[in-house]
Design a protein around this ligand. Structure first.
Ligand code: GLY
Length: 568
């Protein structure tokens, strides 16, 4: 990997600084002391995060509180039964790092565990129920972040989530809609029904959702820390329920789970320096490839729907996503030519056959990947008054994960095993194709697309961005950066305006309703593209500023009615 940065690289020093000292560091913005900015998918999580920032907590404290709160108020994706990635900037030492708390395959996982005796994929086996569950990483990740960089007591960060779980809240429209969409699958599991159903029906808007089991599970984390989740009652109940239902998750899997601090992927795009998540997420590598391929071309400074720009962006995406299938997997298990894939020299060669007049069909580029869409991930972005920042994207994979809640535990378990290639070279139920690099192996992490990302200019942090959206995460994040900086859109526009997406295979240029006007669409079709209009996807929750002398702003994507705020 290229040298991390021109930013100073020194060990994090923020640990030892007292709260009092930190509070005195606040910066004046608009005549007030700036305490931080935050954007999340849920208003209650944002408000709890704002309180942490207001009382002088740092971005890491805030992220930990938000991470636990979303597990309560946004059970579709917010979680303690899943995993994810954090990108963290410690302003005091100009240090960027990432924490990988991605789930791992259980020790008893086998490459062919989702195939029948004839070698065919067993329907839903990697998606629903205990066999779909990978070892959860979120609790270990949040606690590790707090241990290294947090400044407030852990219990202060868990208490708001515990209170919300115990006292309950009114089911909101989006949650009611998501429960309805998954009703048949959720109904298969008794403990899930007991919490999320009433009189045999999924909870409706306005019903009260009380989660006392989840509250108890969170209290054990508050009391015992890591071993309150990866040991003791939680681990025993999880193991027993898994084995009884034909799953393979054991106490040993839980005890051995550890998050990993990893260096970020870093690359330049004109005067921006961009840091993103490395393997086992494909996000950072693909972003580097896409931006590096575009860098050699004159981009328009207006009109992000200009067919020539769309054509170039898509050409870069097709090549990057093709590489994903061939080369990418858990870096702890497979040799990945990371340096080459993220180099400018490689990008120049890769895009050398770009034809400005026509689309090259995907089957002439390379065999590649179709990564399915998953809306059931979520991202939140936080900056604080001490010049620290955190972007976290975390997930239980599908909406409500495997749909399993273990009796007395109260939280959804992930179905992240489906992010592996169940049968190399053969599309799974959702069309995901890949190769050896992402096959199932014990204790391996499945390849992800989650891409929490930081953007700097002249060594100053200007943006924290990220989104859900499965394979579309990467193009969504790329667009948030391009629109805000290259096309000089407002943050609101950059996030909310309709997007387009191409991922090599299938060879289709997807666009959100309203993204392309008739004449732009016709022009692209004339160049050889097959277009498909699709409904809204992605959910960018972003904090950004145009330059270091401008105030921070935060914006939550209109698509899921989240909330963003700045705290003074
Ligand atoms: N589970 C979706 C992803 O990690 O990309």
């Amino acid at each position: 990997m290229r040298n991390i940065m021109s930013l100073k690289k020194v060990l994090p020093a923020v640990l030892l600084i007292s709260n009092f000292l930190l509070i005195s560091c606040g910066d004046r913005q608009n005549g007030h002391y700036f305490k931080g900015a935050i954007a999340t998918v849920h208003p209650r999580a944002t408000e709890i995060g704002e309180n942490i920032l207001a009382r002088g907590g740092n971005a890491i404290d805030c992220a930990v509180a938000v991470g636990f709160t979303l597990a309560v108020v946004y059970p579709q994706a917010g979680n303690i039964g899943g995993g994810g990635f954090a990108i963290i900037y410690i302003g005091d030492s100009s240090y960027v790092t990432t924490l990988d708390f991605r789930e791992k395959a259980p020790i008893f996982a086998k490459q062919d565990m989702y195939l029948d005796s004839a070698g065919n994929i067993i329907e839903n086996a990697s998606l629903i129920g205990h066999r779909a569950v990978a070892v959860p990483g979120t609790v270990a990740g949040l606690l590790e972040m707090h241990k290294r960089y947090g400044t407030l007591p852990l219990e202060d960060l868990l208490n708001p989530a515990i209170r919300l779980a115990d006292s309950g809240f009114a089911v909101y429209e989006i949650l009611a809609g998501d429960l309805e969409k998954s009703r048949d699958q959720l109904a298969q599991f008794e403990a899930t029904r007991a919490i999320f159903f009433k009189n045999g029906e999924p909870l409706s808007e306005g019903d009260r959702l009380v989660q006392t089991d989840l509250g108890e599970t969170l209290k054990r984390i508050r009391k015992y820390g890591r071993s309150g989740f990866y040991g003791g009652r939680t681990a025993s109940l999880l193991e027993a329920a898994s084995l009884e239902a034909g799953g393979i998750l054991t106490r040993t899997d839980l005890q051995e789970y550890m998050p990993v601090w990893r260096p970020p992927i870093v690359f330049d795009f004109h005067d921006l320096k961009i840091f993103s998540m490395g393997l086992p997420s494909s996000g950072g590598i693909l972003l580097a490839e896409i931006f590096n391929m575009m860098e050699g071309f004159d981009l328009p400074s207006r009109d992000p729907y200009n067919p020539m720009f769309v054509h170039l962006f898509v050409a870069a995406c097709k090549r990057a996503y093709a590489d994903r299938a061939e080369h990418l997997g858990d870096i702890d298990f497979v040799d990945v030519p990371m340096q080459e894939l993220t180099s400018e020299e490689y990008a120049r060669r890769r895009i050398a056959d770009f034809d400005p007049t026509r689309a090259i069909p995907s089957n002439m580029i390379d065999p590649g990947v179709f990564a399915r869409e998953s809306e059931s991930t979520t991202h939140f972005s936080i900056v604080d008054q001490y010049d620290n920042a955190v972007g976290i994207t975390y997930t239980i994979n599908a909406s409500f994960g495997s749909k399993v809640i273990v009796d007395s535990l109260g939280f959804f378990l992930n179905n992240e095993m489906d992010d592996f290639v169940a049968k190399p070279g053969v599309p799974n139920l959702y069309g995901l194709v890949g190769g050896e690099a992402n096959k199932i192996e014990p204790q391996k992490r499945p390849l992800s697309s989650m891409s929490p990302t930081l953007v700097f200019k002249d060594d100053s942090l200007l943006m924290v961005t990220g989104s859900p959206g499965g394979s579309k995460i990467i193009t969504t994040v790329a667009m948030s950066i391009l629109r805000y900086f290259q096309f000089d859109m407002s943050l609101k526009q950059a996030i909310n305006q309709p997007k387009f997406h191409h991922q090599h295979l299938p060879d289709i240029l997807y666009y959100e309703i309203g993204a392309l006007e008739k004449n732009e669409a016709r022009k692209l079709e004339g160049m050889g593209y097959t277009l498909k209009e699709i409904s809204a996807y992605g959910n960018l929750n972003v904090a950004a500023r145009k330059s270091p002398d401008k105030p921070w702003e935060a914006e939550a994507d209109r698509r899921r009615q989240g909330k963003a705020g700045t705290v003074y």
